[in-house]
Design a protein around this ligand. Structure first.
Ligand SMILES: NC(=O)c1ccc[n+]([C@@H]2O[C@H](COP(=O)([O-])OP(=O)(O)OC[C@H]3O[C@@H](n4cnc5c(N)ncnc54)[C@H](OP(=O)(O)O)[C@@H]3O)[C@@H](O)[C@H]2O)c1
Length: 287
């Protein structure tokens, strides 16, 4: 594919580098003086948007004017412009996969969190909470992923109705969900959902070691967009992950068992095909 990656920070650079490793053509764009000229997007099959929340609307508008019709938007903190972006995508017959987190593992964690929230929600003693930790320089807080995990808890938990207002003194109200962010060091992302009761704590935690899982999922989203005509507008990443689950070959690790006649050659890997999507409930649909 011919891709343009908008945003030359750590995340945009990780996507560009993963695309180059696969042999795709990539142009990486940093902050322009003013706005990007539409002609800069001419000939691109897909635009990856990983810049800043306030730049998403002008960047998508410029790329649409330049003729691009497929977008993967990973930038966070642009909720205020979401309706307008959805409208201009539809007007141009363009489709975007949008996610605050393109890690397939985080997507599956979200589904586990929904299931866990429904289960622990039946037990009032188990109080849910979300903690995220990112590098000191990350612009937004809490992270888009933490807010998405919070949304999934609010959807599934019978007693939690809203996120706690962190600016207010005193303990959160019973129907409020605590979501807190730590900004220190160089962590590429840690998200933890806990359920705390007087006698025990249950934790679901995902720690990113680098940005490769985000890049992998973002590129899978672009492949999904280009594989078949998609409805104009915004698509959730769940559809991409569902397709990955249906088609993935989960490979067993090499056993290292020597084969007769060739003691240095490990046994071939066994391929296990996953035929069915996850049994866990998915919320699906655009958000
Ligand atoms: N969905 C996911 O899986 C995922 C994963 C990680 C991060 N993210 C999100 O992706 C975004 C980028 O992450 P990051 O860690 O790379 O952030 P970052 O360190 O803030 O880098 C953003 C880069 O984009 C540049 N930029 C600003 N406006 C631009 C424009 N109009 N066109 C092109 N580039 C522009 C910035 O330049 P200046 O420094 O001059 O402003 C900066 O170099 C953030 O919103 C982050 O939350 C998403």
């Amino acid at each position: 594919m011919r891709a343009i990656v908008v945003g030359d920070g750590p995340m945009g650079s990780a996507v560009a580098s993963a695309l180059r490793d696969r042999g795709d053509g990539v142009t990486l764009l940093g902050r322009p003086a003013g706005t990007h000229p539409p002609a800069r997007f001419g000939g691109a099959d897909v635009v990856f948007e990983f810049s800043r929340g306030d730049a998403v609307l002008p960047n998508v508008a410029a790329a649409l004017a330049g003729g691009c019709r497929a977008f993967v938007v990973g930038t966070t903190a642009w909720t205020v412009d979401r309706a307008e972006i959805a409208a201009i995508l539809s007007q141009h017959g363009a489709a975007a996969v949008v996610s605050a987190n393109f890690s397939p593992g985080v997507n599956l964690l979200g589904r586990l969190v929904e299931a866990a929230s429904a289960m622990f929600g039946a037990l009032p003693a188990y109080d849910p909470y979300v903690v995220e930790w990112h590098r000191r320089g990350k612009a937004d807080r809490p992270s888009g992923t933490a807010l998405e995990l919070g949304r999934r808890i609010l959807d599934a938990h019978p007693a939690k109705r809203r996120l706690a207002d962190g600016s207010r003194d005193g303990p959160p109200a019973p129907d409020e969900l605590e979501v807190v962010g730590v900004r220190a060091g160089s962590s590429p992302g840690m998200h933890l959902v806990g359920f705390d009761a007087p006698g025990e704590t249950i934790e679901l935690r995902l720690t990113a070691r680098d940005r490769s899982a985000y890049a992998l999922g973002a590129i899978a989203a672009a492949d999904w967009l280009l594989r078949a005509p998609r409805r104009p507008g915004i698509h959730a990443f769940d559809a991409v992950v569902d397709e990955l689950l249906r088609t993935a070959e989960v490979r067993a690790p090499r056993t290292g068992t020597p084969r007769p006649g060739n003691p240095d050659t490990p046994a071939p890997m066994r391929a296990i095909t996953v035929d069915q999507p996850t049994a866990l409930r998915t919320t699906g649909g655009p958000r």
